[in-house]
Write a protein that binds this ligand. Sequence first.
Ligand code: SIN
Length: 514
Amino acid sequence: MTSPILIVGAGVAGLYTALKLAPRPVTVVTARPLGEDGSSPWAQGGMAAAVGENDSPHLHFADTMEAGAGLVDPDAARMLVDAGPETVADLERYGVKFDRDAAGKLKVGREAAHCRDRIVHATGDRAGAEIMRALIVAARQSAHIEILERVVVEDLLTDDNGAVAGVLAFIVEEGRRVSMEASETILATGGLGGLYAVTTNPKPAQGHGLAFAARAGAIIRDPEFVQFHPTALDFGEDPAPLATEALRGEGATLVNADGKPFMQRYHRDRDLAPRDVVARAVEEERKAGRGAFLDARGIGPDFPEMFPTVFAACARHQVDPREGLLPVAPAAHYHMGGVLTDMQGRSSLDGLSAVGEVASTGVHGANRLASNSLLEAVVFGAAIAERLKSAPLVIRNDAGAPEDRFDLAPKPADPALMARLRKAMSDGAAVVRTEESLNAALDAINDLNQHPLKTSGLKSALASAELIVQGALMREESRGGHYRADFPETAEEPMHTEICLAETAELEWEEELS
Ligand code: SIN
């Protein structure tokens, strides 16, 4: 039924990898109809690439290294930034329409911790949706790509040697579970913001792919590094609409309820300080009762054309950002940790690759530089495709994940139980953590693990939540997106956390940097 190469997930990472595998046949499975899945279509910021005047991959590299707080892999970062300009051109060849000025030059915007204007946008704040539109058209027209929609992957199959041999999946329309065998399985399952009560991610982003890989025995790196976006719109919507950082790049400022700017008290770069610093500042102002708002009135009458997604979110709540302040809160936004991969996307398990947010390629370190993630998905997807395009494909004998290990149907997590998990994660493992708060989150996870209503969806969500919490307990320092109020200092020696459930339940610190 399937091709020897199977991609789980049909966001930018999955589709671009599939396209680049041509002419090798590939099957892409997606839990929902194509285009309705994952965070990619929601990406507002755009794609970072050194295409502007006075910019260079070298400057982009320096900003990426600086943002990552000592844990960026320089080789991976170099590969990312060097590929930036050509990647933008390649996406245009697939039909992506990036915004250009009257002279036909790519328009570039600024986001936090970039020393140059280097974010390319599409239709203002709709870069993700535009890239997805073009890639979906291209994928549907490609004879080598088979797309299976409404197929819910529940786990990985492994062979006698521990290699990944495909997936166990539930075909929603047929109401049956199948083993889909594959020589090479590529996880492109996205992130896990949906594990938190306040998130900018679609709710199904609950780290299922990370859990599959961990259960199969893959090394998971730095799961504690969750990036909180400082300016989710606090209108009570779930998920919380994002107010893109590009607004601050265009001059919007963070202010208290009394209209006074506050970022000068936290960082010399003020509103364009690194994202983790801004998130903690917003959290602190809110906790102190001063409130946090984005003052975007200076953007003026062009706001609806420049930021149509943000404008529409405000309109749903009868707020006009040209006239009023926008209430903001930090929200779980991006997972920097993930399945450890090398620069060609290989995980520690034979037969398993990972790409996009589920992977830890080393380019983000402890704090992702804004808008580097769409670029990462594309650059590393191309690298996986290049490796697998002509590689001999191994026949693997499936010996794992028997079909009776799950309930009759892959029910999503019970909303009440999921709400308990999300609250526990937001209370205990969010912007500011302590041993006590993390242990409270762990207690809640352990309780939920005993619950009789535990479905396959909840099981995977709990596994990913536990990886985050365990990693955060082990990291007794503060670095990038991980802040421990009981260990506020940054250790001199930057180290990765690596967790391998196959070898030991114990967590291991591994020194990676010389
Ligand atoms: C944003 O638009 O602020 C988000 C961009 C990103 O997370 O890279």
